[in-house]
Design a protein around this ligand. Structure first.
Ligand SMILES: NC(=O)c1ccc[n+]([C@@H]2O[C@H](COP(=O)([O-])OP(=O)(O)OC[C@H]3O[C@@H](n4cnc5c(N)ncnc54)[C@H](O)[C@@H]3O)[C@@H](O)[C@H]2O)c1
Ligand SMILES: O=C(O)C(=O)C[C@@H](O)[C@H](O)[C@H](O)COP(=O)(O)O
Ligand SMILES: [Zn+2]
Length: 376
């Protein structure tokens, strides 16, 4: 990693996916520029903005004004905030609103919000008229570093997390760093778990840089933009190599097999657990499980836990408020994971910091006895 640059400026990460290629712009003032950026890239002059009730009062007017100034007429839909919004009920609302607004294939649907709004809106954009243009304006750290990039969209099912959805790449991502100033500390930390994830997958230098510079990242300014851009570049590289997760894209799931099971076990109740917190606990579990399988040193798991704890993230299942179901129920959720092939479990395991790999055919018996140990 480089030293922290002095002045925050807009950085561009290009995602070279052939006819689905797009830019991710990261920096200050991008909501004010959104209309101009969209108008210069897309032919349509109509849009539908989807946002949530926390983000709407903060940024919707500014986005509408920017679109209006660029000659783009926009409809809007404001949904409840939180993970439970990733549901069929709200998908229907968004699809109806987009159709009512006569958004055509060359027009666009804009997600203004965190990963919940991005995943839901991207799914709607992928299925209305069999696919309309899609612009991500991510407003949470998690959405800026992860969910707005790569084209995974979807909703949750009673059978588990993100089980219904499509791949639908955005045409543009506008990550306005200024908006992170209104994000709660808890949500900022949750997004940070996904930032740390990139270091733990295959960027040990980035992880070490985060250990040294996390306070500057939390404080804002250039270090934050640097961390967001590094994360987006890391994700873009993986997505370009394996857009539809036939192999190595599964690395981006580090910590998620356990994390998603915990989200399902807490009924997607954000008072108990949010996605990034589940990923934080899941990444520690993945490192501990790797040590238990004699793949990595227990010191690596301790180092990961130390850093995540230091920034204030939960690292243990016991930190989740309220009762958790037994290990067997967590296993049921894990068995519904999309990485399961022919009934065999796939986990992202590690040989050390920044040395993650995709492990097919992980014995369920090992996982259940590990879970029983961790959650007696
Ligand atoms: N598609 C992908 O590749 C991908 C990647 C990672 C996570 N995800 C999904 O993303 C979701 C989590 O996203 P999230 O952490 O952004 O959650 P979220 O969308 O629920 O946002 C977190 C909270 O912050 C609020 N908020 C967002 N931006 C704000 C701002 N600027 N100021 C004040 N409040 C703001 C929201 O209203 C919400 O209450 C999960 O559903 C997860 O599965 C998807
Ligand atoms: O983009 C990906 O690929 C990821 O796995 C990123 C994850 O951080 C994200 O939570 C994603 O939604 C998980 O996907 P899923 O396929 O496990 O539902
Ligand atoms: Zn995630």
């Amino acid at each position: 990693m480089n030293a922290i640059p002095s002045a925050p400026a807009v950085q561009t990460v290009h995602v070279p996916l052939g006819e689905r290629a797009y830019d991710i712009l990261i920096g200050p003032g991008l909501i004010a520029r959104a209309g101009a950026e969209i108008a210069s890239r897309l032919k349509g002059r109509r849009a539908a903005i989807v946002t949530d009730e926390h983000v709407a009062p903060l940024y919707l007017e500014a986005l509408l004004a920017s679109l209006d100034a660029a000659g783009i007429a926009a409809a809007k839909v404001v949904l409840p905030a939180g993970e439970k919004t990733k549901s069929f009920e709200h998908l229907i609302t968004v699809c109806d609103k987009v159709l009512e607004a006569r958004v055509e294939r060359n027009d666009c649907v804009i997600a203004l919000g965190g990963g919940v709004i991005g995943d839901l809106t991207g799914f709607a954009a992928g299925i209305v008229r069999r696919g309309v243009r899609f612009v991500q304006v991510p407003t949470s750290l998690l959405a800026q570093v992860d969910s707005s990039v790569g084209g995974k969209t979807g909703i949750n099912s009673r059978h588990g997390k993100n089980l219904i959805g499509v791949f639908h790449q955005p045409d543009l991502v506008l990550a306005d760093a200024d908006v992170l100033n209104t994000l709660s500390e808890r949500e900022f930390r949750a997004g940070y778990a996904e930032v740390a994830k990139y270091g733990l997958i295959d960027k040990p230098d980035f992880f070490a840089w985060l250990e040294a510079n996390w306070k500057a990242v939390f404080a804002g300014g250039s270090a934050r933009i640097e961390a967001i851009a590094t994360s987006c570049q890391a994700k873009a590289d993986v997505v370009v190599a394996d857009e539809r997760e036939n192999g190595q894209r599964a690395l981006l799931n580090l910590g998620h097999t356990f994390g998603h099971a915990l989200e399902a076990a807490t009924a997607y109740d954000s008072r108990r657990l949010v996605h990034g917190e589940g990923v934080s606990i899941g990444m520690v579990l993945a490192h501990e499980f790797s040590a238990r399988m004699n793949l990595a040193s227990p010191d690596d798991a301790r180092r990961v836990e130390k850093h995540l704890k230091e920034v204030g993230l939960p690292t243990r299942m016991s930190e989740i408020p309220g009762e958790l179901p037994p290990a067997e129920t967590l296993m049921d959720a894990i068995a519904q994971d999309k990485k399961v092939k022919n009934g065999k479990l796939t986990f992202i395991l590690t040989r050390g910091i920044g040395q993650s790999f995709v492990a097919d055919d992980v014995p369920a018996s090992e996982v259940i006895s590990f879970l029983r140990e961790k959650h007696p």
